[in-house]
Design a protein around this ligand. Structure first.
Ligand code: GTQ
Length: 348
């Protein structure tokens, strides 16, 4: 058989395979790739550019009429939807006097309050949100937003929607009559139950997510400063994870959150890991080097580091405090978590 015969036979064969809805393994690119392809890109969404666009949305979308949530989602430039393949982040705006009606859904959400103050009600608990507070909206919890302050309220939304949709597991429902939910608990009730590192004994908490609906910035910032001091104020900074007080584990089954303090002039250890992450800057100005490229950031900006990209952060102006939302918990149960951490560089 000549090479020409063989090639002609192969072409005809592959066509018959297509008709039979099968493919030959040796023709499929990447089936057994030796490492992940970097097919998403790092990107910074700047408050300076996006806040005005969000404010413009007020004249375009009335809350409760045109939309239940006035939010701008950040799409990775390589994707139609999703800040990374598992995460979607964005800014949301609620004006004084406005309310966003209650609903619940299988995707989980976190909020990081950036400007103004107001409430998110989570399963009957009104959670007061102030700058830097992390508020959880775990899967299938009823949540609505209420603004009773004076300044427009803007926060960072972070959700696992691309992951949940990818699993064909997205369900959502509106609260009856499109209204705010009934308040059944005191303000910040979950915070009051867990504030001292002591856990209630007979509550019978059966859920997989943290029973705490809020991690107040006043508390987390102080804890981070204490920890950093105790570590001898390393130039590579200090990083803490927000945990479920009952288990010490991640706050939500699919999502983990961290807070990093990086002293002015400091530089984090280079890191590369399979999970993707969205970082939001709470304090300071600086830049990150991601796969050799420089990305500048300042207060209220957020940026994505996709899977398996090498990155480090540098604090250029003031101590930097960076919040991080990660999809790391998705990787753990399947043995897919890989983390490479470079050497600590000290002040050199
Ligand atoms: O505030 O409840 O960005 O349900 C996407 C889905 C925000 C919210 C989003 C949501 C919300």
């Amino acid at each position: 058989m000549t090479d020409i015969d063989k090639a002609a036979r192969a072409d005809a064969y592959f066509e018959r395979l297509r008709d039979a809805n099968v493919a030959a393994l040796w023709t499929i690119p990447g089936t057994l790739a030796t490492e992940p392809t970097l097919d998403e890109v790092p990107y910074v969404w700047r408050a300076e550019e996006i806040f005005p666009l969000l404010e413009e949305a007020v004249s375009i979308a009335d809350l409760g009429e045109d939309t239940d949530r006035r939010a701008l989602n950040a799409s990775n430039p390589t994707r139609r939807f999703g800040t990374s393949h598992n995460l979607v982040a964005g800014y949301q705006l609620v004006l004084p006097g406005e309310t966003a009606p209650a609903h619940r859904h299988t995707p989980s959400a976190i909020r990081l309050l950036l400007q103004g103050s107001g409430h998110t009600t989570v399963d009957g608990e009104p959670v007061l949100m102030e700058r830097g507070d992390l508020v959880l909206t775990p899967p299938n919890t009823w949540h609505d937003h209420r603004h009773n302050g004076t300044e427009p309220m803007i926060w960072l939304d972070g959700l696992d929607v691309p992951f949940v949709r990818g699993q064909h597991a997205q369900f959502a429902e509106e609260y009856p009559n499109g209204e705010l939910q009934k308040i059944t608990q005191e303000e910040d009730a979950s915070v009051h139950r867990y504030f001292a590192g002591l856990n209630p004994v007979d509550e019978g908490w059966e859920k997989q997510h943290s029973p705490l609906n809020k991690y107040a910035y006043s508390t987390s910032r102080a804890a981070l400063a204490e920890y950093h001091r105790g570590q001898g104020e390393p130039a590579w900074g200090s990083r803490l994870e927000y945990v479920n007080p009952l288990t010490g584990g991640h706050v939500i089954p699919t999502l983990s959150c961290y807070l990093t303090l990086l002293p002015e002039g400091g530089r984090t250890t280079v890191r590369r890991q399979t999970p993707s992450a969205v970082f939001c800057v709470l304090e300071g100005r600086g830049h990150s080097i991601i796969e050799g490229e420089r990305y500048d950031w300042s207060e209220n900006d957020f940026f994505v580091v996709p899977s398996w990209h090498r990155y480090e952060h540098v604090a250029d102006d003031g101590d930097a405090v960076i919040f991080e939302l990660s999809d790391l918990p998705i990787y753990e149960p399947f043995g897919l978590l890989r983390v490479e951490v470079g050497p600590k560089r000290g002040d050199a």
